[in-house]
Write a protein that binds this ligand. Structure first.
Ligand code: GDP
Ligand code: GDP
Length: 435
């Protein structure tokens, strides 16, 4: 699991500016749920070889002090519960305020590690003046300028040292299937259908994590962990913050699974949120299966209707035809086992490994069929290739001038590899390197 860093502090100290600096050019996920009064952002960052998640819970309308304090307090409470590290941001322009003191008091009582960040230290003089913030009672102080980047490298160096140790992946760990999708598509119903099923054996697993509810299931003599991302939402009161963190949980479940089972509602089609989940699963190199749930509600199920659904979904997201789509019903239990069987196939595909000699024979063949182009004065040449990794699969191609390889040729190779070897439901990575 990637560490989670939350940014807290009073309004206008520069939290969102710091957030943007940490995630850099990567795109943030904006919480755009109905009824949300504040912008909240969630994104991934990378420093010294460590990836982590950053949460900016956004600004509060600066109307009444009481309201601000309630908002900040709530934000700090959730951050303490959900994060591995908290950045407590203060403003060197404004100096210490009573709100800063209250937040400091709350944070000092908790075990979650906290770094005190004095923002807007745009120059040496301001960085010197920041020392007044030692008055908040933290041992260390990080003066930074989110605007010009001053001090942010030191801050990041320190942050990375405070993350929990990365655990080696256990060789024989049980594969995790994350059941993800929009609210009300039937995730809980689907999981319950499997848990109640005669052909599935359910084992309790002690100490479920704070992120999601896990169930262990045996089907056809194989073990799986089902990760339920809906459960927590159901338990909680309807609350904006809880909603936001459940989006964050979906992301973490995706990052931490082997196969993402993206549930869609056959009556509602394919929407922006589905597209985002699908794209992110691919970005994290996870196996993916799509389930068109509530198939029982589809009238006139002739043989073409499933294909039409497939074409519709694939037309909304380019280059995803390798992701299998299963129509199912959590209520009538139609094809719920098929979902497990296809997820199992995807797990196998993800582990598939092709020998270097076989792969090279195959690649030479397809290079012959469609010769590499000349770019500038140079005839592009691929010398050899090998699958350097499986689970997820990565292929490395050694060639002259990799930077000149056209995208269309990259796709040509990927498409031929898929035709020949399948890799059903699995993103494959092709790397072209200089040799
Ligand atoms: P938030 O409400 O805590 O998320 O604060 P914002 O990130 O929206 O920033 C509030 C204001 O402070 C904006 O006008 C920013 O441009 C400004 N600001 C943020 N970081 C810095 C900084 O490092 N130096 C200076 N001079 N201004 C900053
Ligand atoms: P979640 O929010 O994704 O966990 O969705 P739920 O499992 O709570 O289901 C939302 C609603 O859809 C409930 O009223 C379910 O009874 C209904 N539902 C779920 N799966 C199916 C299905 O396959 N067919 C039909 N007809 N209704 C379903």
């Amino acid at each position: 699991m990637l560490p989670v860093v939350s940014i807290v502090g009073r309004p206008n100290v520069g939290k969102s500016t710091i957030f943007n600096r940490l995630i850099g050019s990567r795109k943030a996920i904006v919480d755009d749920q109905y009824g949300v009064t504040r912008d909240r952002h969630y994104g991934q960052a990378f420093w010294n070889g460590r990836e982590f998640n950053v949460i900016d819970t956004g600004g509060y309308q600066p109307d009444e002090t009481d309201v601000i304090w309630d908002g900040v307090r709530e934000q700090v409470h959730i951050a303490i519960r959900e994060s591995d590290l908290i950045l407590f941001v203060v403003d060197t322009e404004g100096g210490i305020t009573s709100l800063d003191r209250s937040v400091a008091r709350m944070l000092r009582e908790e075990d979650t590690p906290v770094l005190l960040v004095a923002n807007k230290a745009d120059n040496e003089e301001r960085a010197m003046n920041a020392t007044e913030f030692y008055g908040l009672g933290f041992e260390e102080l990080y003066p930074v300028s989110a605007i010009n980047g001053r001090g942010t490298g030191d801050l990041l160096d320190k942050m990375v040292t405070l993350f929990p140790e990365e655990k080696e992946e256990e060789e024989n760990s049980i594969p995790k299937l994350a059941i993800v999708g929009r609210p009300n598509v039937g995730k809980s119903s689907f999981i319950n259908a499997l848990l109640d099923d005669d052909r599935c054996i359910v084992t309790d697993i002690p100490g479920t994590t704070r992120d999601s509810i896990h169930s262990k299931l045996t089907y056809n003599d194989k073990d799986y962990i089902l990760v339920d991302t809906a459960g927590l939402r159901k338990k909680a009161n309807v609350d904006e913050n809880v909603e936001f963190y459940s989006t964050v949980r979906t992301e973490r479940a995706l990052q931490n699974c082997d196969v993402a089972v993206l549930m869609l509602d056959a009556m509602r089609g394919f929407e922006k949120q589905d597209q985002r989940i699908l794209k992110n699963a691919t970005e994290y190199n996870k196996g993916t299966v799509m389930v068109l749930n509530k198939w029982d509600l589809v009238p006139e199920k002739d043989s073409n209707i499933h294909r039409e659904f497939e074409e519709y979904v694939y037309s909304r997201v380019p280059r995803m035809e390798y992701v299998p789509i299963i129509s199912a019903s959590a209520i009538t239990r139609q094809r719920i086992h098929k979902v497990l069987e296809v997820a199992d196939l995807v797990l196998k595909e993800r582990k598939k490994s092709i020998s270097t000699s076989e792969l090279n024979d195959f690649i030479y063949g397809i290079l012959k069929k469609k010769p590499l182009p000349v770019r500038g004065e140079v005839q592009l040449k691929i010398k050899y290739c090998s699958q350097v990794k499986s689970n997820p699969p990565v292929f490395k191609f050694f060639m002259n001038r990799p930077e000149k390889l056209p995208t269309s040729y990259h796709r040509y190779i990927e498409n031929r590899i898929r035709e020949e070897y399948g890799f059903i439901g699995v993103p494959i990575t092709l790397r072209f390197v200089q040799k």
